[in-house]
Design a protein. Structure first.
Length: 341
């Protein structure tokens, strides 16, 4: 019989399963220490009673919440969503919950989100990117909370980082585009002041142009929020200029998809008249028409490496400053030689 005063208790589960409360506790916290038949009986009782463990009481007893916080710039980016899903699954498999906070690319919101996550018991914090206010790093350091930056790399950070070298990846792509003859190059990107990924991509194109003997100042840059619609509008604006670019290198696949759609609507041949590239290699990149040439970023592997690193930091302390993951180019159908006119 369950507790008539409210939600079912640990004792209710124990009575239902015919075991002690200590056995129920072990089954919930260390299932491997309980025999199979007993564990099955206990978990069936948990399901039958719709029992939810009292993590607040457990936290008071152990000073552990088994909760990780993550501060992300947006929930709308499919690249982050893919990696964060893997991050959450790996945390869950290790017995941790994820608290997710979004800033909307507003740096002033990060401190507020950090306060909120720590107030809810986050034992460690994942930051997306490395361009954050120094006060945020100082605050988290004073709280003695493990902090990890993910997706971008920076060996000078006051915390470890897991991710890819966006600058080198975009430089590699731009180098190949220039090698097949393109000289009129443009980029559609997010505002670099708020996004280290964007800034590094622009720096990568500049580096490739400089090495090839082109003037980096001639790179046409359109900054816009990330969406298919804004990517389309930016591409239309580029094609109204003279000379029009023969290659448009976008800082993510969503912007590139918008550019491709606009090109089709304007009757502009891709890649006959203009080449278009993306960055990220999300699923969308393979479903555009033509299929999008892009930089493959191992988003799932970043999420998995971030989970492993943060759990190690929680349990054992610091890790190596940077964990670099490889990128690669995905050549599909949106890049070709420049037109001869």
């Amino acid at each position: 019989m369950t507790n008539k005063r409210g939600a079912p208790t640990l004792s209710d589960v124990a009575a239902r399963a015919g075991v002690s409360t200590a056995t129920v506790s072990r089954c919930l916290n260390s299932p491997g220490s309980v025999s199979g038949p007993t564990r099955t009986r206990v978990m069936q009782a948990v399901d039958d009673l719709d029992y939810t463990p009292n993590f607040g009481a457990r936290m008071m007893a152990s000073r552990r919440t088994r909760t990780i916080g993550a501060i992300v710039p947006t929930m709308d980016d499919a690249a982050y969503a893919c990696g964060l899903h893997t991050f959450q699954v790996d945390l869950q498999n290790a017995g941790y919950a994820l608290l997710l906070a979004s800033t909307g690319y507003d740096p002033s919101a990060e401190m507020e989100q950090a306060h909120a996550l720590l107030a809810r018991g986050a034992e460690a914090i994942l930051l997306v990117g490395h361009r954050h206010d120094a006060a945020l790093y100082d605050y988290l350091h004073r709280q003695a909370v493990p902090v990890l930056a993910a997706w971008s790399l920076d060996a000078t950070l006051p915390c470890p980082s897991v991710g890819v070298d966006n600058r080198a990846a975009m430089q590699a792509l731009a180098t190949e585009v220039i090698a097949i003859g393109h000289r009129q190059i443009a980029t559609i990107s997010g505002p670099p002041a708020q996004n280290d990924h964007t800034r590094e991509c622009i720096e990568g194109i500049h580096a490739a142009m400089f090495i090839a003997g082109l003037d980096p100042a001639m790179l046409r840059v359109i900054e816009t929020p990330y969406s298919i619609g804004t990517g389309a509008a930016a591409f239309e604006a580029l094609m109204q200029e003279w000379p029009t670019p023969t290659a448009v290198l976008c800082s993510n696949d969503v912007l590139a998809a918008g550019a491709l759609g606009c090109a089709r609507a304007m009757g502009i041949d891709v890649p006959g008249r203009v080449s278009i590239t993306g960055f990220g290699d999300i699923d969308l990149a393979q479903t555009t028409f033509p299929a999008l040439t892009t930089v493959h970023i191992p988003h799932r592997e970043i999420g998995r490496a971030a989970a492993t690193a943060l759990l190690q930091m929680v349990d054992e302390g610091d890790i190596d400053k940077t964990i670099a993951l490889p990128t690669s180019l995905r050549w599909r159908a949106t890049v070709g030689p420049p037109p001869m006119w």
